[in-house]
Design a protein around this ligand. Sequence first.
Ligand code: UGA
Length: 447
Amino acid sequence: MKVTVFGIGYVGLVQGTCLAEAGHDVMCVDVDANRVEKLKQGIIPIYEPGLEPMVKDNHQSGRLNFTTDAAEGVAHGDIQFIAVGTPPDEDGSADLKYVLTVARSIAEHMDGHKIIINKSTVPVGTADKVKAAVQEVLDTRVGAHSVRDNLTFDVVSNPEFLKEGAAVNDCMRPDRVVIGTDSKAAEEALRELYAPFNRNHDKIIVMDVRSAELTKYAANCMLATKISFMNEIANLAERLGADIEAVRQGIGSDPRIGYHFIYPGVGYGGSCFPKDVQALIRTADGIDFNAEILKAVESRNYDQKTTLFRKIQAHYNGDLNGKTFAVWGLSFKPNTDDMREAPSRVLMEALWEAGAKVQAFDPEAMEETQRIYGDRDDLMLCGTKESALKGADALVIVTEWQAFRAPDFDLLKQQLAEPLVFDGRNLYEPGRMKKKGFTYYSVGRQV
Ligand code: UGA
């Protein structure tokens, strides 16, 4: 099938590439000429395992193309995905200006029936806004003749559920494909589009448009709720003399609860959970409903991001001036270089504010850290996890990269001024750390 994807960010690029991989003929459109040029050379703008070779292969085989020309994009696909960003505006609501710009551009250039699909995470009611924006442009183009001229369209909500770091796999082997539409023809077209991804058992769930839009927010907010809940219990465990890791296993074994997304830590970050929780709170406010649970999820998360700093501060009786900390893990989670809303940023900024220095290492996010913070005397970017330790007063672990799970503890002891570790991800066993002679702080466990 011929498909166009507007927006070559995370979602658009992964979606476009996976559709091409499945055999569809895909054109990706972006306003960023530099990005488009690089993609044509096989250079991808993000770090995502497995994506680069797939982009190259499909581009070379002619199934995946890139352009800045919206008219070319609209002419290409019967199916038009909108996968542009919806950044939060000042009050935390999702800003729809890019989505609506693409909708208008589709309307300006279309010359036949189009299925317009919202892939971006957009508030409930956005499909109606897209519909109105498209119709408005068509009305000015051809007046009452849009149906006669075959300028008809459907707007479908088809939210994305991929995770950074596992995006290719999530897209090629989805748990579910949610399709929100009131059009049988659009449903049939999407069933055909997703047929290559819909093997073994039927993963397609068809519903009305508004329910599909809400499903996306409900999914992310439910996951964020699980995390904040566990962080709350971890705080209790710490203060009650219990061990959150035992509690986690104890409750996860109940299939109604399950083991997923109940890891306590330093709070959730990234481009999705913080933004989506906030946006749903704003949506609720907008209809005079107080989203109490979501507000609590957000404030627990805000607090949790300072947990490592508070432990460090307490250990040193509030005096961090002149201290140096090795920080392992800067991205908001492993297998990505993304530092949006990353807990590491809250930690480092608090350490600097208190007069401390940071020696930081991350397997992928060093360039991004440099881009965000530039050159500063109190930040040393280190090429390896070992070199970050040299002469530091303590090690602080913020992101659970695989490479941090089994370090050389003797070397750690040698390099650090004292055997002191603050672990925001519970990577090690407190008992073993004690035996090795470390003072070991973790989350929801006893020191
Ligand atoms: C999230 C969702 O998991 C995807 O399903 C969704 O499609 C995506 O948002 C989106 O809306 O685009 P992502 O932000 O890539 O994906 O990352 P997650 O793996 O969900 O992790 C989010 C944060 O939660 C991370 O900071 C992670 O460290 C934290 N987390 C996760 C915990 O603290 N504990 C856990 O048990 C799990």
